[in-house]
Design a protein around this ligand. Structure first.
Ligand SMILES: O=C([O-])C(=O)C[C@H](O)[C@@H](O)C(=O)[O-]
Ligand SMILES: [Mg+2]
Length: 435
């Protein structure tokens, strides 16, 4: 009889690969997406040759932390996921990285040293769970307690956008066309429905004056009667504007996302309207929860495993939300298939997930996987393969890394305002609230 030998899951190698991935000219309140955006791919290898992958933000401030952290990981077990967070405290963050109160790059609320660290830890956590799942022959969702659904619903992420990046700027092209008015937004939503079967729609707002964006919401409601709709101006409106918008189109919305900046202002809007408010800006860390929940400022928290510190922290957040009767769903920035797989695994395990999750994935024409993840009826199937169920394509990874190496630094830190200045040299990030 063969006695199974224990596998050696000591981390022996950690590879960090910064890449630049193509991004279309999507508009938000700060400007426009650059043609290429940075991401960091994390690979771990264990003594017995098991591998695991993770993905997170790739801007310089994240790379600075990822390198010392990767060194500390070597020699530890992939099962030691809790110790990641202890190790993390030992990685110092330069004060210059957090002196701005708000993370202007990502529209993701406050920027604290802890949040930066958590955004790194999350990629390592996902890589450890991927490796552990592969070693045990179990999917990541099983390591999180098991899936409660076989497919996770996402909403189509509609953006105002230009057809192309400015002439003369190196960029990849796509076939989505421009969307700069209600008809363009509806055409984009129709394409999302026809290509991928989406039934719920989120419009990224804060780009045009509120009247234009409420006109787009009305056009969507007419084109897709009864379908869940959301509008997210990333805090671009004052309390008065938010209340007015809520009165005008609130009845058409599943929720209004971050209409106004800061928890007290959100609480005021919530108190004066019956429209549920969602956030990925005023509740982005555990310390922010108390004020927001005790003042009824938000009714739905949009989690994001990247900056909340991983998949298990996402479950902890979901438990806190459940305790306070606050809904939970998922926020997204530009990301690739590793993160979509991670998001899908964790979303599959949250029993009370009552809103479709956000994902930018379909705006990314490039990936680092051998096979892209697919959407059917607006959902992603939950993989039962070991680990995340994805395979890294090392040639693609190397090609996207070469693009990062070739960049002179202009694109290595996401800057939507800088991208806007190419066509509008006077552009500065508008103050919030803007309207
Ligand atoms: O508030 C949100 O949903 C986001 O922050 C999502 C993204 O940052 C999005 O606005 C973007 O990338 O332009
Ligand atoms: Mg948002």
């Amino acid at each position: 009889m063969t006695v199974p030998t224990a596998r050696d899951l000591t981390v022996t190698e950690v590879r960090l690969t910064p890449i630049l991935v193509a991004d279309p000219p999507l508009l938000n309140t700060q400007g426009v997406h650059q043609p290429y955006t940075p991401r960091l791919i994390v690979e771990i290898v264990t003594a017995d040759g098991t591998t695991g992958v993770g993905e997170t933000y790739g801007d310089t401030k994240y790379l600075e932390l990822a390198h010392p952290f990767a060194e500390q990981l070597k020699g530890r077990q992939v099962t030691d996921v809790n110790s990641l967070f202890v190790l993390l405290d030992e990685v110092s963050v330069a004060a210059s990285r957090v002196e701005d109160a708000v993370d202007v790059g990502g529209l993701r609320g406050v920027q604290t040293a802890d949040k930066l660290r958590l955004s790194i830890a999350s990629a390592f956590e996902v890589a450890c769970l991927d490796a552990l799942g592969k070693a045990l022959g179990l999917p990541v969702h099983a390591l999180l307690g098991g899936k409660v659904r076989d497919a996770v619903e996402y909403s189509a992420y509609l953006f105002y956008r230009y057809a192309e990046h400015p002439e003369g700027v190196a960029a990849e092209k796509d076939d989505w066309g421009a969307a700069l008015d209600p008809a363009g937004v509806v055409a984009q939503a129709r394409a999302f429905e026809e290509r991928y079967g989406f039934t719920s729609f989120k419009l990224k707002g804060g780009v045009f004056p509120p009247e234009e964006e409420t006109a787009a919401v009305r056009a969507l409601a007419e084109a897709f009667p009864g379908h869940p709709l959301r509008l997210d101006p990333n805090g671009a409106w004052s309390v008065e504007t938010s209340v007015r918008v809520a009165e005008e189109v609130g009845g058409l919305l599943e929720y209004l996302e971050d209409p106004t900046p800061g928890t007290p202002a959100m609480a005021e809007v919530a108190a004066r309207t019956g429209v549920p408010l969602a956030t990925n800006m005023c509740v982005t860390t555990f310390p922010e929860i108390k004020e927001a929940f005790t003042t009824d400022a938000v009714q739905v928290v949009l989690s994001d495993h990247h900056y909340w510190g991983g998949l298990r922290n996402t479950l902890h957040l979901a438990a806190v939300c459940r305790t306070f009767g606050v809904g939970v769903s998922m926020h997204s920035n530009t990301h690739l298939g590793i993160s979509l797989a991670a998001m899908t695994h964790v979303a599959a395990t949250v029993p009370d997930l009552h809103h479709a999750c956000d994902s930018h994935y379909l705006w990314q024409s490039e990936d680092v996987l051998t096979e892209r993840l697919t959407f059917e009826d607006g959902t992603v199937r939950v993989s039962d393969a070991p680990g995340l169920g994805v395979t890294l394509d090392h040639d693609r990874l190397a090609a996207l890394h070469r693009r990062w190496l070739a960049d002179d630094g202009a694109l290595r830190d996401r800057d939507d305002a800088a991208a806007m200045r190419i066509t509008d040299p006077a552009w500065v990030t508008p103050p919030v609230p803007r309207w």
